[in-house]
Design a protein around this ligand. Structure first.
Ligand code: HEC
Ligand code: HEC
Length: 443
């Protein structure tokens, strides 16, 4: 009798241990993985440092495009300094979303800005900032007399911003954060020679300018010079939000439509978007039906000697992998509601069937059809995959400006959740929806 009691209570104890052990195990498993991502990557610090330098300051010889063809250097200089037009003052630069790295400014420059001795209205000040490598993503080259001879752009132009710690648009660099203020179209429009782009597209120069001006802040049409598609089927200007370059650890395909992995895309961008001098190969671009501009110009088979891009790819990859998604600031979301949202995300709302924690995209082929996610297939059909890539959601809070989904069609997270609720027929209560939104803000 006594023995039986002992057996029963031991069994009960075992059961309790098993049940609780299980619960705590599933609850902590994601946190443990997230914490160890950096450790397990064991990135080579030398390679990471090299990549950081490349990401921030390397234009890969793209001055040949931005200066020799588009003359952006002369637009910055302005008539007063040997270029054309009014020139680009720091105030103008900030107004099109360019950012200034406060840490690159010597104390006397900071003082002079504060006392008004350095005018933010004077293009000459922009030249001084460029000399200091302080305009994020814009690389100025100067001759021995201190005259600016050309400018190029770097990855940081679109994929870094600043924390505004000095003033609006001036602060510490935040690499990997998309610059959702940056008006790329307005910057290219500074050019007195968009004929080159118009020629590639076989359209009039005025049409090209209208399109560039239609992109708006935080957006860019990366496919334009590949397939020539400037407009969506409804006639509106096509452009995608600049995505984050952080939180890419464990993510298979990159870009909204999964063109390739991150390092494939790095090579694509450096050669075909920035117009750096490198080598790039992708036979898919020879398909004249889908990619008429690329096929006509042999963009699927770019060769340059010397190759200023390929040797930088390992460092760039390492640096991007070192860019962990930022953690949401304390108090920026409701923790209790977020916990409720997490249960829904991983449960009845089935979000985690695609956005699998902790990478928040699918493990494996992370692509889905337009119908699956309930939107049109215009952008998907522009990619060789014909599909949409499940966006990795880490650090979502740091890229809410401009909206969500590739083209920012949903302006708020509430709109995104509403869309899924309708599309998947989830029948979420208002409380469920707000929980999901708070959880998304917490990732
Ligand atoms: C002119 C702005 C611009 C510049 C410069 C730029 N990018 Fe991008 N980047 C974009 C846009 C826009 C996309 C989204 C493309 C798409 O899917 O349509 C993108 C996508 C990416 C992605 C995919 C992110 C994801 O969520 O999968 C990576 C990685 C990336 N860029 C890295 C780089 C690197 C590295 C450089 C420098 C070699 C660079 N980019 C230069 C605008 C830019
Ligand atoms: C069938 C796969 C799938 C499911 C299920 C799914 N998503 Fe998505 N999600 C995607 C894809 C693909 C995109 C990219 C859409 C685009 O950019 O046009 C995306 C984009 C998003 C975005 C926008 C991210 C950004 O930066 O623009 C959010 C937020 C999001 N999903 C949240 C959710 C939530 C919440 C759920 C559950 C209610 C969910 N998803 C269910 C595939 C899925």
């Amino acid at each position: 009798m006594k023995k039986q009691k002992v057996v029963y209570s031991s069994l009960l104890l075992l059961l309790v241990v098993l049940i609780f052990g299980r619960c705590t195990k599933t609850e902590t498993v994601y946190e443990t993985i997230t914490e160890t991502i950096t450790d397990t990557l064991r990135l080579d610090p030398v390679l990471v440092a090299e990549g950081k330098q490349t990401f921030r300051y390397d234009a890969f010889g793209d001055e040949a495009f931005w200066s020799d063809i588009l003359h952006i250097d002369q637009a910055i200089l302005g008539e007063g300094n040997g270029g054309y037009g009014p020139g680009v003052s720091p105030a103008t630069a900030l107004s099109v979303g360019l950012k200034v790295d406060a840490e690159a400014l010597p104390a006397e420059v900071v003082d002079a800005i504060n006392t008004g001795q350095i005018g933010l209205e004077d293009p000459a000040t922009t030249l001084e900032l460029l000399k200091l490598d302080a305009v994020v993503g814009v690389k100025g080259n100067f001759d021995s007399e201190g005259m600016m001879t050309s400018v190029g752009i770097t990855c940081a132009l679109c994929h870094s911003t600043v924390d505004d710690s000095f003033s609006d648009g001036i602060g510490k660099r935040l690499d990997g954060w998309p610059n959702r203020d940056l008006n790329v179209g307005a910057i290219i429009s500074l050019s007195d020679n968009v004929e080159f782009i118009a020629g590639l597209l076989h359209v009039e120069e005025t049409t090209t300018r209208t399109v560039l001006q239609g992109w708006g802040p935080g957006k860019f049409n990366a496919g334009l010079l590949i397939d020539g598609k400037a407009l969506r089927p409804d006639g509106s200007v096509a452009a995608n939000l600049i995505p984050a370059a952080y939180g890419m650890q464990g993510v298979h395909l990159a870009t909204y439509t999964g063109w390739g992995d991150m390092t494939y895309w790095n090579a694509f961008v450096a050669n075909l978007e920035m117009h750096g001098q490198g080598n790039f190969f992708d036979a898919r671009l020879n398909d004249a039906g889908q990619f008429p501009i690329a096929a006509e110009n042999n963009f699927g088979n770019v060769t340059n000697s010397p190759d200023l891009i390929t040797p930088k790819l390992p460092g760039l990859q390492a640096y991007q992998l070192s860019l962990l998604a930022p953690a949401p600031p304390a108090g920026s979301f409701d923790e209790i509601a977020a916990e409720r949202g997490r249960a829904l995300f991983e449960g009845v709302a089935q979000c985690s069937s695609c956005h699998i924690p902790p990478i928040f995209t699918d493990a494996g082929q992370n692509l889905h059809s337009a119908q699956e996610i309930g939107i049109d297939d215009f952008e998907a059909s522009r990619s060789p995959t014909g599909l949409y890539r499940t966006t990795p959601l880490r650090g979502l809070f740091a890229r809410t400006k401009g909206g969500f989904y590739h083209d920012g069609r949903f302006s708020t997270l509430d709109d995104v959740v509403e869309h899924y609720d309708n599309h998947f027929g989830l029948q979420l209560s208002p409380q469920d929806k707000s929980g999901l939104v708070e959880y998304l803000k917490s990732i």
